[in-house]
Design a protein around this ligand. Sequence first.
Ligand SMILES: Cc1cc2nc3c(=O)[nH]c(=O)nc-3n(C[C@H](O)[C@H](O)[C@H](O)COP(=O)(O)O)c2cc1C
Length: 309
Amino acid sequence: MIKPRILVLYYSQTGQVRQLIDNITSDIQDKAIIDYAPIEPVIPYKLPWKASEFFDVMPETVQHLPIALQPLPDAIKNQHYDLILFGYTSWFLNPSLPISSFLQSKDAEILKGKNVITIIGCRNMWLHGQETVKKYLQNVQARLIGNIVLTDSNPNLVSVLTVIRWMFKGKKEASGLLPAAGIQEHDMKRASRFGMPIYRHIIENKLEELHQEFLMMGAIHLKPALIILERRGVKNFRKWAAYIREKGGPGAVERQGRVTLFKRLLIVAIFILSPLSSLTAFIQLQLQKKGLLQDAEYFKGLGYKDNAI
Ligand SMILES: Cc1cc2nc3c(=O)[nH]c(=O)nc-3n(C[C@H](O)[C@H](O)[C@H](O)COP(=O)(O)O)c2cc1C
């Protein structure tokens, strides 16, 4: 039997998204031909991050202003693929800047007419990122046929602390009272359960039924309160992005004062206002439960409508 051909197209700064994809495909490595095409910025982002560089990347990430990328190899562009696994993470509630840059580039034509499964590995806020990716996929006439999301299942503030230690010190492993950062190991390992259904649906030519099976397998957990918090966050990030960019582009000395102000306010919002905003989100959730449950169903799905978040 001819083996199906799968392309893994992804950006993963720390390797976490790549590890997630490797787990998902672990059981089908010998059943399919799998090619890998990492999306690579011409100037790579460094890990650990300097705080000034981390927060300075927010405005362009939020406004999807492309950075320069290495071109995809011709061998990949000229190949036929039955399926593309598109792996990415969120930065500031948007697709990471290398991903939104890629989706606007000429190389994104590789996605045209292809079956695409998005694979998201992030802390826990991915809704607006995926809405953005859905829209770009629609623009290049790709066919989104599935989505798998893995997040850090620790409590919100714990995951904020561990992600800070990871991003700014490069320390992912557990230390002191804090657990390891990122997606938890047992969740990572269990991701291998998605491989065989992917293979089976390609072979049986039934990819349009795959996402329903993913959902039944628990491919996406979504707490409706998160919808409220993301809506608030997206609005604020847009305002701050415009405000910072009034003073110049990436790294401009003139904008550093505003970048620092944004950093301080974000820290206050997360650690001081967060319990308060969780409480108001909880109240809003009780008042708008029905609507938010409907919204949650929409976000778990593959359809796209403007301004859902
Ligand atoms: C600049 C930056 C912004 C981030 N913003 C978010 C975010 O908005 N939501 C979220 O869940 N995780 C966020 N994260 C954490 C990442 O989602 C992710 O867990 C981590 O960067 C690993 O992804 P990788 O495989 O690309 O390295 C951010 C990380 C970076 C570097």
